[in-house]
Design a protein around this ligand. Structure first.
Ligand code: 3PG
Length: 210
């Protein structure tokens, strides 16, 4: 049976967002995150390696919860599901993508950045959404304001989140998680600094336990 959104996000409050320029790094990054106490990651389809990386990570480390990010087309959506992605994240949405997500019963966080987009996502039954780009939209103030008309919605805020503001976002009642690339910066991946990625993950895990 397909997993439900709550089964996946129940114990997840930070999602590292990863864009790979090299396939051989994917398992090392995943292991570094797990060693640092984070067992989830979102691999974006911004580079050519995304789908294959999801497949390889999932087969080597089946216990990791893996999402496909920056999914913008039905083809990408279907390729990511086939590769074993546990969930799908999109920076925005189209009706076609929302319909596919709904009909395929795939856990999906459609991206929104305006109240109108929120309303379209709600028409398809989505009440957990990605807010992107959170900081540029007004961050905490935006989320507080949007709670008025949409009190039942929960957001995963991404775009400009760091270790310094993650906690503030997570303290809002309409934020269920945050995501960001700060845990897996390209400079650390390029220099193969797995221990440093592990330390960033540990720092985030510790912050969240406080
Ligand atoms: C995403 O797709 O969620 C964002 O690109 C992450 O944004 P960030 O790089 O500002 O963390």
């Amino acid at each position: 049976m397909a997993k439900k959104i709550d089964d996946i996000f129940n114990n997840i409050s930070v999602i590292p967002v990863l864009s790979l320029n090299n396939l051989s790094d994917s398992i090392n990054v995943a292991r570094a995150l797990i060693n640092g106490g984070i067992n989830v990651m979102e691999v974006t389809l911004r580079t050519d390696y995304g789908v294959q990386a999801i497949k390889e990570i999932k087969s080597s480390i089946p216990e990791i919860v893996i999402g496909a990010g920056t999914v913008t087309t039905p083809y990408q959506f279907e390729s990511a599901v086939e590769a074993g992605a546990d969930f799908i994240v999109s920076p925005g949405h189209t009706k076609e993508l929302l319909k596919l997500a709904y009909e395929s019963n795939t856990v999906t966080l459609p991206g929104v950045s305006t109240p109108s987009e929120v309303m379209v996502a709600m028409e398809f039954g989505f009440n957990q959404l990605k807010l992107f780009p959170a900081e540029a939209l007004g961050g905490i103030n935006f989320l507080k304001a949007i709670k008025g008309p949409f009190p039942e919605l929960k957001f995963c805020a991404t775009g400009g989140i760091t270790i310094n503001n993650a906690y503030k976002y997570l303290s809002l009642s309409n934020v269920f998680c945050v995501g960001g690339s700060w845990l897996t910066p390209n400079r650390l991946i390029e220099s193969k600094s797995w221990k440093d990625i592990e330390l960033l993950a540990l720092e985030a895990s510790n912050l969240l336990e406080e």
